[in-house]
Design a protein around this ligand. Structure first.
Ligand SMILES: C[S@@+](CC[C@H](N)C(=O)[O-])C[C@H]1O[C@@H](n2cnc3c(N)ncnc32)[C@H](O)[C@@H]1O
Length: 182
């Protein structure tokens, strides 16, 4: 059977091979975080970005709940008020009010969606419930041989196609850094 988001991630407690947050990511995300009180971390994993959220209220979104205990521990270490919302399927929405969050942060999640329709749904949802969205994701259209759980999507084109405003974009080391809003 091919890649299935729920099955794959429920068997992978350590969601990322990356250790810490890169300097490029820190710089890109931090400037948008300055005035944000309510943060949405979409595809929260083990809370690798928590060091950037000190003192904030953070809602993590994930498709599995296997890391909940560790996330709560990690949040307490970084002085974060945290809750986790678990989705029932890759394209499902969480319960939330329009523009409830000051900022949505979505790092290394969208490349792991098996269908572009999921990417579009997630990008739309984040823009509806947050004032601003920051995405960091793998992007290299020339690289076609990818692991079964990795995919290439053109997030900037999708963003424009959905009618959203691209506020900032950069391409560094096979990654796209994007800030947009609805
Ligand atoms: C590669 S990990 C990245 C985790 C974290 N953002 C980081 O960079 O360390 C991808 C995360 O997204 C979650 N995920 C995968 N598909 C999802 C979906 N459709 N909706 C919400 N979370 C999803 C996985 O369970 C995992 O926690």
């Amino acid at each position: 059977m091919g890649y299935n988001e729920t099955t794959y991630w429920s068997e992978r407690f350590e969601p990322s091979k990356e250790k810490g947050i890169s300097a490029d990511e820190t710089e890109f995300i931090k400037s948008s975080l300055t005035r944000a009180k309510m943060v949405l971390d979409y595809g929260v994993g083990l809370g690798r970005y928590f060091p950037l959220y000190k003192g904030k209220t953070v809602t993590g979104v994930d498709i599995v709940d296997i890391r909940k205990e560790k996330l709560l521990e990690n949040a307490a270490l970084h002085d974060i008020e945290f809750d986790l919302k678990v989705k029932s399927s890759p394209g499902a929405k969480i319960k939330s009010k329009i523009k409830q969050y000051d900022l949505a942060v979505c790092c290394h999640l969208l490349l792991h969606q098996s269908k572009e329709s999921y990417v579009r749904k997630i990008m739309t949802e984040m823009a509806e419930i947050s004032k601003k969205v920051v995405i960091v994701s793998f992007y290299n259209p020339e690289k076609t041989k990818l692991a079964p759980h990795c995919f290439n999507y053109d997030y900037v084109s999708i963003c424009k196609d959905l009618g959203f405003t691209v506020k900032k974009k950069a391409y560094i080391d096979q990654r796209v850094y994007l800030i947009y809003s609805k």
